[in-house]
Design a protein around this ligand. Structure first.
Ligand code: GTP
Ligand code: MG
Length: 276
């Protein structure tokens, strides 16, 4: 990540989600609302504007330090928002924050790097999510979400020692672009995602069986049965609440980053402030 060592001790929120979801636009909006203190950005111009800046596909992670004014305590909390690229080839940037792997052995490293991540904001474009929309983004979004939730599930099972669990990392699925008329409301976004994650789960477990590859041919020989299975093992339908078993709370909240007609991003901001 691009954050300096001085910043890395701050509580952090990881911004993830597929390309074009609006992550960088949201970061820009939050910066305006909370005031940028430090930016370790290596790619954005220091342009002043009144709208979320015109964004382009992110290729490098960007961290900004923000202030969350908490109304009860009347004091300012500093936290980091870590923007990550959504391109399928660059997703390890985000996942490595949740489950850092040793590049040599591919085994999980101790969770030190993850300890300051207080939550994941998984943004997606709800206006193209409907399975019936041309160029539906459902499969792309769900594939990424599957890998992200599975990384958190592995984090839970691998770092649990006896009754000691790693600090939980909740996930907010932010259904963005609700200003557009084709957008699905949060309740439908949840339903479509659960159905698609269920399909991915089945096809991945079948893929393993159908390929005729023996488990111990798969590399490190450490793959266990059910390792790629998200949620309750053997259950017929996938539901987000199955993640609670792994201490992972998942919520779906709608909003919009741009477009005056939309619901805005108040709900997401509140979620962030409560967790940092
Ligand atoms: P990558 O960096 O490629 O991973 O994408 P990203 O998630 O950072 O997307 P980005 O912020 O670049 O936004 C993509 C496009 O969506 C931009 O043109 C934004 O202006 C637009 N956009 C973001 N939020 C909204 C929204 O709430 N409504 C509408 N209509 N457009 C939005
Ligand atoms: Mg971006």
């Amino acid at each position: 990540s691009g954050s300096s060592s001085k910043n890395s001790s701050l509580p952090s929120i990881l911004l993830a989600g597929p390309s074009g979801a609006g992550k960088t636009a949201l970061l820009t909006l939050f910066e305006k609302r909370a005031g940028r203190k430090t930016s370790t950005s290596t790619e954005t111009d220091e342009k002043k504007s009144t709208e979320p800046a015109a964004t382009h596909t992110s290729q490098t992670p960007v961290s900004v330090q923000l202030n969350a004014a908490s109304s009860e305590e009347d004091k300012v909390k500093k936290f980091l928002l870590i923007d990550t690229p959504g391109h399928p080839k660059l997703r390890s940037t985000a996942l490595s924050h949740l489950l850092p792997l040793d590049p040599k052995t591919g085994r999980p490293l101790p969770p030190s790097k993850t300890s300051q991540i207080k939550g994941v904001l998984f943004l997606l474009d709800a206006s193209t999510l409907s399975p019936s929309s041309p160029d539906s983004s459902l499969s792309q979004a769900a594939t990424y979400l599957y890998d992200l939730l599975l990384a958190l599930q592995h984090r839970y099972s691998r770092y649990t020692k006896g009754s000691k669990h790693p600090p939980s990392i909740p996930v907010l699925i932010a259904a963005n672009k609700l200003d557009l008329f084709t957008a699905l409301p949060a309740s439908l976004v949840k339903k479509e995602l659960e159905a698609e994650l269920g399909r991915i789960r089945v096809s991945r477990s079948k893929g393993l069986l159908d390929s005729g590859v023996r488990e111990d041919d798969l590399g490190a020989g450490e793959k266990e049965e059910g390792d790629d299975w998200l949620g309750e093992y053997g259950s017929e339908r996938f539901e987000f609440r199955q993640m609670v078993e792994f201490d992972i709370e998942v919520e779906v909240v709608g909003g919009s980053v741009v477009g005056g007609e939309g619901p805005g991003c108040e709900g997401w901001w509140r979620w962030v402030v409560e967790r940092v």
